[in-house]
Design a protein around this ligand. Structure first.
Ligand code: ADP
Ligand code: MG
Length: 598
């Protein structure tokens, strides 16, 4: 296991294993079959990738979505790991040469689409390899009880039995109720497995339900206020996707869309736009997302209720894979229920209908629930490790005690006063936090007495505060603007100390970015590298890595090595560029300081 840890450091740049990873890897290396249930973003891939690098021969990875296989393999190659993939887009010549390479020990991980196993010629080619591990990703796809059944998964078991040497079988999924789990183990032939049942909780997802609101207004305001962040908006039907897409485009939002009815080449184009961060918003049906490993999705909006909690939890699970905060917003109107019923009645087979309708009724209960939403979900999946309150979902926040936020409110309100109610929320946040953005310098706002009085607070916190003030009636939005604010009588009373502000505000789970300016520069660098090397931005660096660089300011290679996500290969390829930016930024700050003291 020492060697496993070294590999984790060297290739992935992570200092330690996450919960479960150590045990799972240890078992695999000892030759145990493994069935692993971990939430999306929990870190399942590492569990088979690290053993693959340590075992002899090749690990065969069966993964359901061909459009994403290339991504997964690119990502590994970018870390210096020898991986290849084979699916229906690859020519026979290339397949043969890949297999030759694997036979020569040049391929540690070979990704294949399950449909390949229906082809007996292909199976005979594969059999010539020394396969030490077969890793089945999204293992629940084999079970009809699950919600993503795929017939081709039923070919896996006979294929494995036909191999000359018995490999270790490892299977991974995020969604498995007990019957799906039992079924999958049986149907995949994972004999006597070590079963790892990870907790389902994802702390960094904040779960919010908004009942009976103006959905379009909400979406429009939300993406405007979060325009630098990536997000997904899930819709219930293709028609809804097209409608919302048009609506947003007409209003000048550059967004992408995705659903099963879009022609393949266009679908591919939209997906690439989003993954390469040419657009920041993806409007999609549930056809989008399985296997998407874009790690910096910062919000997920469900424009309509999903048809069950499995889908809901899987879809929000695509947010915040890097461990940083992702805000999830479910927009729930009662007439969504009828529509989902209609979809189920027209699209599910007769036998499945009863199951689906039952799941739908649980979903409605969830949406209507006053209790902790996280607790509801975890209980639904049979996770027993539940707190009464998570304080990170809309129910908890609505139920919980009120605290005295008078002083912070005064800071914000006085800044609105000083800027004569003329700046939007983002600029207001920048002023309070003492960030010198272009708008601020241009208008000499750095000279205001309120500049930097909330230096130690995160953007998120201040924004949450502002929203809470508005919701509490302590502050108004200016009509017909999207983020201008207006003081009211209550605001004046607070400023004069005549009234207290009692609120309950989201516990802030987000990492604080200490220097927004540097963070922006690093994001630009990431974009530049992405274009230069034709590789997706989040594969260059995760948000988490950039935040850590921003906050720790490494200036030597040694210091850079200590940053999470900076593996050996990344330090070689990008280290110099990062260090230059940090050094220059530091210099700039020092010069500014000197100027100020002169
Ligand atoms: P899953 O397949 O379970 O949804 P992934 O394997 O895609 O999750 O991992 C999610 C994210 O977590 C990836 O960005 C991955 O690099 C990161 N990650 C995995 N293991 C660790 C670890 N031990 N330390 C830090 N980050 C990790
Ligand atoms: Mg995965």
């Amino acid at each position: 296991m020492d060697r496993a840890l070294k590999i984790l450091n060297k290739y992935f740049g992570y200092p330690s294993f996450r919960q479960g990873q150590y045990d799972i890897i240890d078992r695999i290396l000892k030759g145990n079959n493994v069935f692993c249930i971990m939430p999306t973003g929990g870190g399942k891939s590492l569990c088979y990738q690290i053993p693959a690098l340590m075992m002899e021969g090749t690990t065969l990875v069966i993964s359901p979505l061909i459009s994403l296989m290339k991504d997964q393999v690119d990502n590994l190659n970018n870390m210096g790991i020898r991986a290849e993939y084979i699916n229906s887009t690859i020519s026979l010549e290339k397949i043969k040469s890949t297999i030759r390479k694997a036979r020569d020990g040049e391929v540690k991980l070979l990704y294949i689409a399950p449909e390949r196993l229906e082809n007996s010629y292909f199976c005979s080619l594969i059999k010539s390899l020394y396969i030490s591990q077969v890793a089945v990703d999204e293992a629940h796809c084999v079970s009809q009880w699950g919600h993503d059944f795929r017939k081709s998964y039923t070919y896996i078991k006979p294929f494995i039995s036909s191999l000359n040497i018995t490999p270790v079988i490892t299977a991974f999924t995020a969604t498995a109720t007990e019957n799906v789990r039992e079924d999958s183990i049986k149907l995949l032939g994972v004999n006597n497995p070590y079963i790892y049942l990870g907790g389902f909780n994802r702390d960094n997802l904040s779960i919010n339900i908004h009942k009976e609101i103006e959905k379009l207004e909400f979406v429009k305001d939300y993406i405007r206020e979060n325009q630098d962040e990536s997000g997904i908006i899930y819709c219930a039907t293709r028609k809804e996707v097209d409608g919302l897409y048009e609506y947003l485009r007409e209003r000048g939002f550059y967004v992408s869309k995705y659903h099963g009815g879009i022609e393949d080449s266009l679908k591919q184009k939209y997906q690439e736009e989003f993954l390469f961060e040419k657009t920041n918003v993806m409007v999609a049906t549930n056809a989008f997302g399985m296997g998407i490993d874009k790690s910096n999705i910062r919000y997920i909006i469900h424009f309509s209720m999903t048809k069950n909690l499995e889908s809901y939890y899987q879809e929000i699970g695509r947010g915040g894979r890097d461990g940083e905060l992702c805000s999830c917003h479910l927009l729930y109107n009662r007439n969504d229920i009828e529509r989902q019923e209609f979809i189920i009645n027209t699209s599910s087979s007769f036998e499945r209908r009863a199951i689906e309708l039952m799941k739908l009724s649980d979903m409605v209960k969830f949406c209507e629930s006053d209790g902790c939403l996280r607790k509801f979900i975890l209980a639904y999946f049979g996770d027993s490790n539940i707190r009464e309150f998570c304080n990170n979902c809309s129910s908890c926040l609505n139920n919980h005690e009120l605290y005295d936020y008078t002083i912070d409110s005064q800071k914000i309100l006085s800044c609105i006063y000083r800027t004569r109610e003329k700046v939007g929320i983002s600029v207001l946040c920048d002023i309070l936090r003492g960030v010198k953005g272009p708008k601020i310098v241009k208008n000499n706002l750095q000279d205001l007495s309120t500049f930097g009085i909330m230096k130690d607070y995160s953007n998120m916190y201040i924004k949450d505060m502002i929203n809470a003030l508005i919701e509490g009636g302590y502050l108004d939005k200016k009509p017909n603007t999207y983020s201008l604010l207006k003081l009211n009588d209550k605001s004046i009373n607070i400023l004069k100390g005549k009234e207290k502000v009692l609120l309950n505000i989201k516990e802030n789970k987000a990492s604080v970015v200490l220097d927004e300016d540097l963070f922006k520069k690093l994001r630009l660098l990431r974009k530049d590298i992405s274009v230069r090397d034709n590789i997706k931005p989040y594969m260059v660096f995760s948000d988490a890595t950039l935040i850590e660089i921003t906050n720790t300011l490494p200036v030597t290679y040694e210091e850079l090595k200590g940053v999470k996500g900076m593996g050996e290969r990344k330090i070689i390829n990008y280290g110099k560029l990062v260090l230059n930016i940090v050094k220059n930024h530091k210099l700039k700050l020092e010069n500014e300081k000197k100027k100020q003291s002169n």
